[in-house]
Write a new protein. Structure first.
Length: 43
């Protein structure tokens, strides 16, 4: 990501990579919240 933006000066491609990475991390986080959240039981 850093190389695309600042070494190759392709800001459009770097921002697209950043958006895709954000969506992947968001999806993984939501899945993890659903899986781990169901295991927590408060008394």
């Amino acid at each position: 990501l850093y190389q695309e933006a600042f070494e190759h000066f392709t800001m459009g491609r770097a921002s697209a990579v950043a958006c895709v990475l954000f969506v992947i991390l968001l999806t993984f986080t939501l899945i993890q919240f659903k899986v781990v959240g169901s295991r927590i039981h408060y008394e």
